[in-house]
Design a protein around this ligand. Structure first.
Ligand code: G
Ligand code: G
Ligand code: MN
Ligand code: NA
Length: 254
């Protein structure tokens, strides 16, 4: 099975779509944003998960055109969703390290925002700690330049990478997303509970908002509420869903 050769055609054939998973503010109970998650429906091979095709796209270099497609599509879809909920704050798009590290990454984001006539404050980019591995100072500069464009930055999958706390305090990010591996056993593993509580208080002292990912149970939600986590995302509240579904979800939610 060779998904490699099918990827360029897949963009042209509209085989990729973005699904959206809402995040919720624990204080106001309102939807605090949505995350775009790519889906590939191949006419013969069927559904191909991003955890399979993103790594292949990264190996082949296709990730750049894919990523630009995803950003453009998220901007388009967000404008539709804003009609269902004019108060919807922003859409988050996952950014591949390889895309982020390209010299012209900031220019490409600026160009996409301009072309889409998109309000920068409504775009959030999810990056991972791995952008710091090769040249941390250069990555921090890039992040500052992105913030200057007016968008927001989230640090995704936090806790699974190898970045050090000395960098964390320097990062011009807005939000930290606690990886779902720490949330999964939160209510029976003392160690995970301590780590999650610690990440939340540390983040607040650094002036960051905290999102807990992969919240699946009421018990996890209760813990996170007591720990003063800002936002949650996960199957307990909502799964990633197609544009039309999130559109009706949003209008019900208002
Ligand atoms: O939605 P799902 O759990 O299947 O996503 C699997 C992985 O693929 C996650 O790590 C997610 O961040 C990543 N992913 C989903 N959509 C995109 C995308 O548009 N771009 C990039 N770079 N990664 C994505
Ligand atoms: O790497 P990233 O955090 O972007 O990955 C998001 C992935 O997590 C998506 O593939 C999404 O489908 C998945 N996801 C979202 N909520 C939950 C959840 O509550 N439980 C589990 N197991 N996965 C989730
Ligand atoms: Mn993410
Ligand atoms: Na994650």
């Amino acid at each position: 099975l060779n998904i490699r050769n099918h990827m360029q055609k897949a963009i042209e054939g509209n085989e990729f779509t973005l699904h959206y998973q809402p995040k919720f503010d624990l204080r106001s109970q309102r939807c605090s944003g949505i995350e775009a998650l790519a889906r590939w429906h191949h006419p013969i091979m069927g559904e191909i998960s991003p955890s399979r095709f993103i790594p292949v796209a990264e190996q082949t270099g296709f990730i750049i055109s894919f990523s630009e497609w995803a950003l453009r599509q998220a901007c388009k879809d967000f404008k539709i969703l804003q009609k269902a909920d004019p108060e919807l704050p922003s859409v988050s798009v996952n950014i591949s390290v390889l895309h982020f590290l390209r010299d012209n990454f900031v220019d490409s984001i600026r160009e996409i925002l301009r072309e889409a006539e998109f309000e920068p404050a409504c775009l959030d980019l999810e990056i991972t700690e791995s952008v710091l591995l090769s040249d941390p100072e250069d990555s921090i500069k890039k992040m500052r330049a992105l913030k200057k464009l007016g968008l927001s930055l989230s640090l995704d999958d936090f806790g699974t990478g190898f970045s050090s706390f000395s960098y964390l305090k320097k990062l011009p990010i807005d939000t930290l997303k606690i990886d779902r591996s720490f949330i999964a056993d939160l209510t029976h593993e003392k160690g995970d509970a301590a780590i999650v509580q610690g990440i939340i208080s540390m983040s607040h002292h650094l002036g960051l908002r905290v999102v807990a990912e992969g919240v699946e149970s009421k018990a996890q939600l209760n813990f996170l509420q007591r720990a003063l986590c800002d936002e949650i995302q996960g199957f307990l509240k909502a799964r990633p869903m197609p544009l039309q579904a999130i559109e009706s979800f949003m209008s019900q939610y208002r």
